[in-house]
Design a protein around this ligand. Sequence first.
Ligand code: ZN
Length: 332
Amino acid sequence: MKHFNNTSFVCSLFCVIAIVLQSSVVTAEFRAGAAKQDITPAMGVSLDGSISKPGPSKSVHDLLHARALVLEDGSTRVAIVICDLCMMGQDVVDDAKKLIHQQTEIPISNILIAATHTHAAPRAIHIGTEPIDDEYHRLLSVYIAKAVSKANSHLTPARIGFTSFEKTGLIACRRSLCKPGSVGPNVFGETGEQVKSVAGKSSAVIGPAGPTDPQFSVLSVQTLDGEPICVLGNFSVHYCGGYQRGAVSADYFGYFSEAIESNLHQKRKSSTSPEVIGILSNGTSGNTGAFQRSAGQKFAAFEGMLFYGRMLADNALQATQQTAYSTSPLCK
Ligand SMILES: [Zn+2]
């Protein structure tokens, strides 16, 4: 296997959408709608922070959102929601799905909810948190459902397409294959392992422990006359970082989305059209660290995420110009 290909994620997503949509008799036109909802926490809610630097939120550098895309073939609907959070607990996801189902009648089995994994955001899991965190987790489900309800209300006849391109030079494996005997016991006390995360420049390092996935996948949805509705990207970089402690940020995921939205906003034909939504989901990034920077490349706080987010948005928008669209999504 050369790569665990991230196109496979979007292809799989596309196929799941197609299979779900085809599971019913297709008698009506394909429709799509998208929307976003602010999910920025109140000050004092616990942030994940960079490694070993958790703590309460003290300021907001940029807002966190839940961004939703709803697709329908006339009788079956699916929803995808990507949230600017570090992690999400099963209870938050389950509560959100119940609310979405109550408000839109989208079947719970047709709803996909995921976190981007920005570290400058809460871990929405009920482990060792304060009452203010519990309250935020409860509200999250409500806000996530709101995003989907809004997207659902924006459903309009549409066409869909997907494409991908390779973005090499930005990703490095952060898990290192090390010399025998150089890696300590794992969390279970077991010995003999040769792979270590974030091993740095240790002389025990032999090389990367595995491949990385440089593929950037793009799913694009437009109205029948080409007005943009949503661009959903997927990329496999863990996060960018470069935060200030206590500051909330959606990281490069947020900047990617904002760049897509501001660029495509100008292409709307009417000021009353629903807002255009950009979404970036996290791919096969478990073994990757932050962006691999070129020699001598330095950024002030929050500037790296802006640089990479906007660059990837430009690349994704260029890719969509070559995309073939269909009003009848089929798994080929
Ligand atoms: Zn992480």
